[in-house]
Design a protein around this ligand. Structure first.
Ligand SMILES: [Fe+2]
Length: 519
């Protein structure tokens, strides 16, 4: 099957919602990212015990085993004395119109991360900055790991890059992120827990941060050395005044909790009347569930986001490595867009395990995801077949058949015309029952380890990033795909596009773009 031509005037190529080629199933040539890879960019493997051991702070932070998660206390230590600029605001408001990139969960340092780069540089042309939303560097945010997992891949991005931490960045006590983004070169002293307490045992086992290697540091500084390319950010949580919009970036630590001080700061910077978008490590709506996000002491992040006075129009989270959009209608009639955008480079979390969406204010009809659930089931069937050597080809479900199976199971219509015409074979149905048994929990306890196990580095890669264009009366969001196919790098497919417009009464109204709408 040949790939449909791009639209007129260089408009984007068809997306995965329109054609198999748009999803990257019919790759004509490998992407130029292969030339960016060096001998050091070996495939990252979660089967290797070393990254799992380096990620052990995740278990140590769990309250049920070792007492209180120390992250909130530690974050307070990092902030130290009251900062010079208490609202921690970065100013990009010199123009009313501005564009920027948001992408999440980037840093594996292998082909799946580098494959995003050419599409990012092309679709991100003219953007004023980029924000990495969670998990900058795997497995544990180490200072020296930034060379191959941050500085080398993004050396050609010409504008500043900021970052908010995910749980993996905290596995190194946040040392790498504070060093590279905030310019803090020495970690604050840690208070000693009383001997033989649970906290003492936890601190004993806690992963100790990497020490900076001077040679690696010199190379990192050289790679993004242009003035303004790597400016200091005021802390692990911060705000950016981006034209007419305020971005509020929070640090949800390891266990999705904000410390009391950060909660107060969030309430303060949210009270500003400008329209706002929240950026968060842990998403508020994800995998068909709602997680309000605790604030130490009292309240939740979502209470602040949904408060009409605070004028939030959207919230974007990382942590889960795919794209999801929940346009939630609040009881007062306003719509807030809740996004997951964690497909920035690391392994892919499946979307076929997301159950039919049925939540207060949003249903399956409004929900969007990338990859489509059928494509997710198909690529997983291929990986099950190959990696587990179970089916010898018998477990593989072709993408349109997988789409037909998912549509039938969820009671929805396939997005892709070619899938609407397909009837799933008996063999495909049997394979689907083995991979995703109908009676199992939609998001079982082995979901995460299994997603990590199924890491791959060849197209279609189903990565994504967001481009956001802001003017005083309009905010436009587009989810671009990075498939890894050479033909998609110049003009990457757009998987989702929607915008908010300011109405006469001061409310923002959201609409979804349809293909062919003018730029
Ligand atoms: Fe992640």
């Amino acid at each position: 099957m040949s790939e449909p031509a791009p639209g007129p005037n260089g408009s984007p190529r068809p997306s995965s919602r329109e054609s198999l080629a748009g999803a990257g199933w019919l790759c004509r040539r490998p992407g130029s990212y292969k030339q960016l890879l060096t001998k050091r960019n070996l495939p990252f493997s979660w089967l290797n015990p070393v990254p799992l051991l380096q990620s052990r702070n995740d278990l140590l932070a769990r309250e049920r085993w070792f007492g209180q998660d120390p992250t909130n206390e530690r974050r307070r230590d990092w902030l130290g004395d009251p900062p010079h600029e208490p609202d921690l605001v970065i100013d990009h408001s010199d123009s009313d119109e501005i564009s920027f990139i948001v992408m999440g969960d980037t840093g594996e340092g292998d082909a799946s991360q580098y494959a995003v780069v050419p599409a990012l540089l092309n679709a991100g042309a003219g953007t004023a900055f980029l924000v990495i939303c969670s998990d900058v560097v795997y497995p544990a945010g180490g200072i020296n790991d930034y060379l191959e997992k941050f500085f080398r891949p993004y050396q050609a991005y010409p504008a500043p890059i900021y970052a908010l931490p995910g749980n993996h960045d905290w596995y190194d006590d946040l040392t790498g992120l504070m060093f590279h983004f905030c310019g803090v070169e020495s970690a604050p002293a840690r208070e000693r827990a009383s001997a033989f307490s649970r906290a003492w045992l936890r601190d004993l086992l806690w992963r100790k941060p990497q020490r900076a290697k001077p040679k690696a540091l010199a190379e990192m500084r050289r790679l993004r050395s242009a003035p303004g390319k790597q400016p200091p950010q005021p802390g692990p949580y911060f705000a950016i005044d981006a034209g007419a919009l305020r971005l509020v970036a929070i640090d949800t630590g390891i266990t999705n909790s904000l410390d009391r001080d950060q909660g107060e700061w969030l309430r303060r910077v949210s009270a500003d009347r400008r329209p706002k978008v929240l950026l968060t490590g842990k998403p508020i709506y994800v995998d068909g569930e709602h997680h309000a996000g605790d604030i130490e002491g009292s309240g939740s992040v979502d209470e602040i986001v949904t408060d009409r006075q605070n004028n939030y129009i959207a919230a974007i989270g990382g942590d889960i490595h795919n794209y999801q959009r929940y346009p939630v209608t609040l009881p007062d009639g306003r719509m807030l867009q809740y996004l997951v955008s964690g497909g920035g480079g690391a392994f892919m979390h499946s979307t076929h395990q997301i159950p039919r969406v049925s939540l207060e204010g949003v249903t399956e009809e409004e929900f969007r995801c990338y990859p489509l659930r059928g494509d997710s089931l198909s690529i997983y069937s291929k990986l099950y077949d190959k990696k587990l050597r179970l089916g010898r080809g018998g477990l593989y479900i072709p993408p349109d058949q997988a789409a037909a199976i998912m549509a039938e199971r969820l009671g929805i219509e396939s997005s892709r015309d070619s899938a609407k015409l397909v009837e799933a074979s008996h063999a495909a149905r049997l394979a689907a029952e083995k991979i995703l048994p109908r009676r199992s929990r939609a998001h079982g306890p082995f979901h995460l380890p299994f997603s990590e196990f199924f890491d791959w580095n060849d197209p279609p890669l189903f990565k994504n990033f967001l481009r956001i264009d802001v003017s005083p009366n309009r905010v436009r969001l587009r989810c671009f795909a990075a498939t890894g196919c050479g033909e998609h790098e110049q003009n990457p497919p757009i998987e989702d596009a929607f915008y908010a417009e300011l109405q006469d009464g001061g409310e923002w109204r959201w609409a979804t773009e349809t293909r062919g709408e003018p730029d």
